[in-house]
Design a protein around this ligand. Structure first.
Ligand code: TMP
Ligand code: ASP
Length: 266
Protein backbone atom coordinates (compact mmCIF):
# COMPACT_ATOMS: atom_id res chain seq x y z
CA UNK A 1 0.00 0.00 0.00
CA UNK A 2 1.33 3.33 -0.96
CA UNK A 3 1.95 5.70 1.91
CA UNK A 4 0.07 8.89 1.46
CA UNK A 5 0.89 11.90 3.51
CA UNK A 6 -2.21 13.55 4.78
CA UNK A 7 -2.17 17.24 4.08
CA UNK A 8 -4.12 19.44 6.41
CA UNK A 9 -4.88 22.59 4.50
CA UNK A 10 -4.15 25.74 6.48
CA UNK A 11 -7.32 27.58 7.21
CA UNK A 12 -7.46 30.69 5.04
CA UNK A 13 -6.53 33.80 6.92
CA UNK A 14 -9.12 36.46 7.22
CA UNK A 15 -8.09 39.52 5.24
CA UNK A 16 -8.77 42.73 7.11
CA UNK A 17 -7.44 45.44 4.80
CA UNK A 18 -5.49 45.72 1.56
CA UNK A 19 -3.35 48.80 1.09
CA UNK A 20 -1.09 49.74 -1.80
CA UNK A 21 2.07 48.15 -0.42
CA UNK A 22 0.79 46.02 2.46
CA UNK A 23 -2.00 43.71 3.43
CA UNK A 24 -3.42 43.10 6.89
CA UNK A 25 -4.78 39.76 8.06
CA UNK A 26 -6.42 38.73 11.29
CA UNK A 27 -3.71 37.79 13.82
CA UNK A 28 -3.46 34.60 15.89
CA UNK A 29 -4.60 36.29 19.10
CA UNK A 30 -7.27 38.90 19.71
CA UNK A 31 -5.94 42.40 19.30
CA UNK A 32 -3.23 41.34 16.83
CA UNK A 33 -2.86 41.60 13.07
CA UNK A 34 -0.46 40.13 10.54
CA UNK A 35 1.12 42.82 8.38
CA UNK A 36 2.20 41.43 5.00
CA UNK A 37 4.62 43.43 2.86
CA UNK A 38 4.00 43.27 -0.90
CA UNK A 39 6.35 44.07 -3.79
CA UNK A 40 3.75 46.43 -5.25
CA UNK A 41 4.71 50.07 -5.49
CA UNK A 42 2.60 53.09 -6.26
CA UNK A 43 3.35 56.77 -6.49
CA UNK A 44 1.47 60.03 -6.90
CA UNK A 45 -1.55 58.58 -5.12
CA UNK A 46 -1.86 55.44 -7.13
CA UNK A 47 -1.38 57.11 -10.54
CA UNK A 48 1.90 55.27 -11.15
CA UNK A 49 1.92 51.55 -10.42
CA UNK A 50 4.62 48.91 -10.55
CA UNK A 51 6.44 46.23 -8.65
CA UNK A 52 9.84 46.35 -7.06
CA UNK A 53 11.08 42.79 -6.91
CA UNK A 54 11.99 41.75 -3.35
CA UNK A 55 10.84 45.05 -1.84
CA UNK A 56 8.39 43.38 0.56
CA UNK A 57 11.11 41.23 2.08
CA UNK A 58 13.49 44.17 2.45
CA UNK A 59 10.90 46.57 3.87
CA UNK A 60 9.79 43.94 6.38
CA UNK A 61 13.37 43.63 7.64
CA UNK A 62 14.17 47.34 7.54
CA UNK A 63 10.94 48.33 9.28
CA UNK A 64 11.38 45.66 11.95
CA UNK A 65 14.91 46.89 12.65
CA UNK A 66 13.87 50.55 12.90
CA UNK A 67 10.75 49.86 15.00
CA UNK A 68 12.84 47.81 17.47
CA UNK A 69 15.46 50.57 17.78
CA UNK A 70 12.67 53.11 18.38
CA UNK A 71 11.08 50.89 21.03
CA UNK A 72 14.48 50.81 22.78
CA UNK A 73 14.40 54.59 23.14
CA UNK A 74 10.86 54.51 24.52
CA UNK A 75 8.70 55.14 21.45
CA UNK A 76 5.62 52.89 21.70
CA UNK A 77 5.01 51.06 18.42
CA UNK A 78 2.55 48.52 17.07
CA UNK A 79 5.36 46.07 16.23
CA UNK A 80 5.34 42.76 18.15
CA UNK A 81 7.62 40.40 16.23
CA UNK A 82 8.64 39.24 12.81
CA UNK A 83 6.85 36.10 11.58
CA UNK A 84 8.59 35.31 8.31
CA UNK A 85 10.35 37.02 5.39
CA UNK A 86 7.35 39.14 4.44
CA UNK A 87 5.20 39.27 7.56
CA UNK A 88 5.21 40.70 11.01
CA UNK A 89 2.82 40.46 13.93
CA UNK A 90 1.54 43.85 15.04
CA UNK A 91 -0.93 45.18 17.57
CA UNK A 92 -4.29 46.10 16.10
CA UNK A 93 -4.66 49.86 16.48
CA UNK A 94 -7.18 52.41 15.36
CA UNK A 95 -5.28 54.34 12.71
CA UNK A 96 -5.46 58.12 13.00
CA UNK A 97 -6.21 59.29 9.42
CA UNK A 98 -3.32 61.73 9.32
CA UNK A 99 0.04 61.30 7.60
CA UNK A 100 2.78 63.00 9.57
CA UNK A 101 5.60 64.24 7.35
CA UNK A 102 8.92 65.19 8.93
CA UNK A 103 11.51 67.01 6.82
CA UNK A 104 15.14 67.99 7.33
CA UNK A 105 16.05 68.90 3.76
CA UNK A 106 13.88 70.33 0.98
CA UNK A 107 12.67 67.67 -1.45
CA UNK A 108 9.55 66.38 -3.15
CA UNK A 109 6.32 68.27 -2.69
CA UNK A 110 7.95 70.88 -0.43
CA UNK A 111 10.10 72.05 -3.36
CA UNK A 112 7.07 72.16 -5.66
CA UNK A 113 4.84 74.03 -3.21
CA UNK A 114 7.42 76.62 -2.12
CA UNK A 115 9.68 76.82 -5.19
CA UNK A 116 12.69 75.52 -3.29
CA UNK A 117 15.75 73.87 -4.72
CA UNK A 118 16.00 70.19 -3.90
CA UNK A 119 18.67 69.56 -1.27
CA UNK A 120 18.39 72.87 0.58
CA UNK A 121 18.77 72.12 4.30
CA UNK A 122 15.91 73.51 6.41
CA UNK A 123 16.65 75.86 9.31
CA UNK A 124 14.94 73.40 11.64
CA UNK A 125 13.02 70.15 11.22
CA UNK A 126 9.59 70.75 9.73
CA UNK A 127 6.43 68.78 10.51
CA UNK A 128 3.53 68.80 8.08
CA UNK A 129 0.29 66.84 8.07
CA UNK A 130 -1.88 65.43 5.31
CA UNK A 131 -5.32 63.88 5.52
CA UNK A 132 -4.94 60.18 4.63
CA UNK A 133 -7.49 59.96 1.84
CA UNK A 134 -6.33 58.73 -1.57
CA UNK A 135 -9.53 59.81 -3.32
CA UNK A 136 -8.71 63.41 -2.36
CA UNK A 137 -4.98 63.09 -3.08
CA UNK A 138 -3.98 63.25 0.62
CA UNK A 139 -4.52 67.03 1.01
CA UNK A 140 -2.26 69.03 3.30
CA UNK A 141 -3.98 70.04 6.55
CA UNK A 142 -3.16 72.08 9.62
CA UNK A 143 -3.55 70.81 13.18
CA UNK A 144 -6.79 72.82 13.31
CA UNK A 145 -8.33 70.64 10.60
CA UNK A 146 -7.57 67.59 12.70
CA UNK A 147 -9.34 69.13 15.71
CA UNK A 148 -12.29 70.58 13.76
CA UNK A 149 -12.96 67.33 11.91
CA UNK A 150 -12.45 65.24 15.03
CA UNK A 151 -9.53 63.24 13.60
CA UNK A 152 -7.32 63.85 16.65
CA UNK A 153 -7.47 65.83 19.88
CA UNK A 154 -4.99 68.59 20.76
CA UNK A 155 -3.48 66.24 23.38
CA UNK A 156 -3.01 63.52 20.76
CA UNK A 157 -1.40 65.93 18.29
CA UNK A 158 0.95 67.18 21.05
CA UNK A 159 2.01 63.61 21.72
CA UNK A 160 2.37 62.83 18.00
CA UNK A 161 4.55 65.94 17.47
CA UNK A 162 6.76 65.01 20.41
CA UNK A 163 7.21 61.45 19.12
CA UNK A 164 7.77 62.65 15.55
CA UNK A 165 10.63 64.98 16.61
CA UNK A 166 12.22 62.32 18.80
CA UNK A 167 11.98 59.79 16.00
CA UNK A 168 13.56 62.29 13.62
CA UNK A 169 16.46 63.03 16.02
CA UNK A 170 17.11 59.38 16.62
CA UNK A 171 16.75 58.14 13.04
CA UNK A 172 18.80 61.03 11.63
CA UNK A 173 21.70 59.89 13.83
CA UNK A 174 21.17 56.22 13.11
CA UNK A 175 21.20 56.77 9.35
CA UNK A 176 24.11 59.20 9.56
CA UNK A 177 26.07 56.37 11.19
CA UNK A 178 25.68 54.31 8.01
CA UNK A 179 26.41 57.17 5.61
CA UNK A 180 22.82 58.10 4.82
CA UNK A 181 21.10 61.49 5.07
CA UNK A 182 17.53 61.24 6.35
CA UNK A 183 15.94 63.88 4.12
CA UNK A 184 12.29 63.35 5.09
CA UNK A 185 9.84 60.64 6.03
CA UNK A 186 6.19 59.88 6.67
CA UNK A 187 4.77 58.40 9.88
CA UNK A 188 1.36 57.08 10.83
CA UNK A 189 0.09 56.73 14.36
CA UNK A 190 -2.74 54.77 15.92
CA UNK A 191 -4.72 54.54 19.11
CA UNK A 192 -4.24 51.48 21.26
CA UNK A 193 -6.51 50.60 24.16
CA UNK A 194 -4.26 48.92 26.71
CA UNK A 195 -4.26 48.83 30.53
CA UNK A 196 -7.61 50.64 30.53
CA UNK A 197 -6.02 53.60 28.84
CA UNK A 198 -5.76 54.94 25.35
CA UNK A 199 -2.19 55.26 24.05
CA UNK A 200 -0.77 56.78 20.90
CA UNK A 201 1.55 54.32 19.16
CA UNK A 202 3.65 54.46 16.01
CA UNK A 203 2.09 52.22 13.35
CA UNK A 204 2.48 51.35 9.64
CA UNK A 205 6.11 50.97 8.54
CA UNK A 206 9.36 52.88 8.22
CA UNK A 207 11.22 51.92 5.06
CA UNK A 208 12.62 53.37 1.82
CA UNK A 209 8.97 53.46 0.63
CA UNK A 210 8.16 56.28 3.02
CA UNK A 211 11.51 57.93 3.69
CA UNK A 212 13.87 59.91 1.47
CA UNK A 213 17.35 58.54 2.04
CA UNK A 214 20.37 59.99 0.27
CA UNK A 215 23.92 58.72 0.31
CA UNK A 216 25.72 61.25 2.48
CA UNK A 217 28.70 61.83 0.19
CA UNK A 218 27.23 61.53 -3.29
CA UNK A 219 23.55 62.39 -2.74
CA UNK A 220 22.63 59.14 -4.53
CA UNK A 221 18.96 58.38 -3.85
CA UNK A 222 18.32 55.18 -1.93
CA UNK A 223 14.52 55.29 -1.73
CA UNK A 224 11.23 55.25 -3.62
CA UNK A 225 12.12 58.41 -5.53
CA UNK A 226 14.08 56.03 -7.82
CA UNK A 227 10.68 54.54 -8.74
CA UNK A 228 8.78 57.85 -8.72
CA UNK A 229 11.35 59.51 -11.00
CA UNK A 230 12.29 56.46 -13.12
CA UNK A 231 15.90 56.60 -11.97
CA UNK A 232 16.56 52.85 -12.30
CA UNK A 233 18.44 50.53 -9.91
CA UNK A 234 15.45 50.59 -7.58
CA UNK A 235 15.86 47.11 -6.07
CA UNK A 236 19.57 47.71 -5.55
CA UNK A 237 18.88 50.93 -3.67
CA UNK A 238 16.54 49.17 -1.21
CA UNK A 239 19.06 46.35 -0.80
CA UNK A 240 21.81 48.87 -0.12
CA UNK A 241 19.79 50.42 2.72
CA UNK A 242 19.19 46.96 4.22
CA UNK A 243 22.86 46.09 3.80
CA UNK A 244 24.07 49.24 5.51
CA UNK A 245 21.67 48.68 8.41
CA UNK A 246 22.98 45.10 8.68
CA UNK A 247 19.62 43.46 7.96
CA UNK A 248 20.13 42.00 4.48
CA UNK A 249 18.45 38.59 4.28
CA UNK A 250 21.68 37.23 2.73
CA UNK A 251 24.50 39.05 4.42
CA UNK A 252 26.70 40.81 1.92
CA UNK A 253 29.85 42.75 2.74
CA UNK A 254 30.28 44.70 -0.42
CA UNK A 255 28.29 47.67 -1.55
CA UNK A 256 25.47 46.83 -3.91
CA UNK A 257 25.15 49.90 -6.05
CA UNK A 258 28.16 51.05 -8.05
CA UNK A 259 27.80 54.69 -7.03
CA UNK A 260 27.86 53.74 -3.38
CA UNK A 261 31.17 51.97 -3.97
CA UNK A 262 32.71 55.36 -4.58
CA UNK A 263 31.58 56.37 -1.12
CA UNK A 264 32.98 53.31 0.65
CA UNK A 265 35.13 54.35 3.57
CA UNK A 266 38.78 53.57 2.98
P1 TMP B 1 6.32 64.53 -0.35
O1 TMP B 1 7.55 65.30 -0.57
O2 TMP B 1 5.80 63.84 -1.58
O3 TMP B 1 5.25 65.32 0.36
O4 TMP B 1 6.71 63.32 0.64
C1 TMP B 1 7.35 63.54 1.88
C2 TMP B 1 7.79 62.21 2.46
O5 TMP B 1 6.67 61.43 2.81
C3 TMP B 1 8.60 61.35 1.51
O6 TMP B 1 9.62 60.70 2.26
C4 TMP B 1 7.64 60.34 0.98
C5 TMP B 1 6.66 60.20 2.10
N1 TMP B 1 5.29 59.97 1.63
C6 TMP B 1 4.69 58.73 1.83
O7 TMP B 1 5.29 57.84 2.41
N2 TMP B 1 3.42 58.56 1.40
C7 TMP B 1 2.71 59.53 0.79
O8 TMP B 1 1.56 59.30 0.43
C8 TMP B 1 3.35 60.80 0.58
C9 TMP B 1 2.62 61.92 -0.10
C10 TMP B 1 4.63 60.96 1.02
N1 ASP C 1 2.21 56.62 -1.25
C1 ASP C 1 1.60 57.40 -2.28
C2 ASP C 1 1.11 56.51 -3.39
O1 ASP C 1 1.09 55.35 -3.27
C3 ASP C 1 2.44 58.53 -2.74
C4 ASP C 1 3.92 58.33 -2.89
O2 ASP C 1 4.53 57.60 -2.14
O3 ASP C 1 4.50 58.98 -3.77
O4 ASP C 1 0.66 56.90 -4.43
Amino acid sequence: MQFQRKIFPMSPRKPIYEGKAKQLFEGPEPGTLIQHFKDDATAFNNVKKGTISGKGVLNNRISEFLMLRLQEIGIPTHFIRSLNMREQLVKAVQIIPIEVLVRNVAAGSLCKRFGLEEGKPLGQPLIEYTYKKDALGDPFISEEHAFAFGWATPQEIDEIRMYAFRINDYLSGLFMGVGIRLVDFKLEFGRLFENEREHIVLADEISPDNCRLWDFKTGYKLDKDRFRQDLGEIEDAYREVARRLGVMPQESDSNIIPVAKETKKK
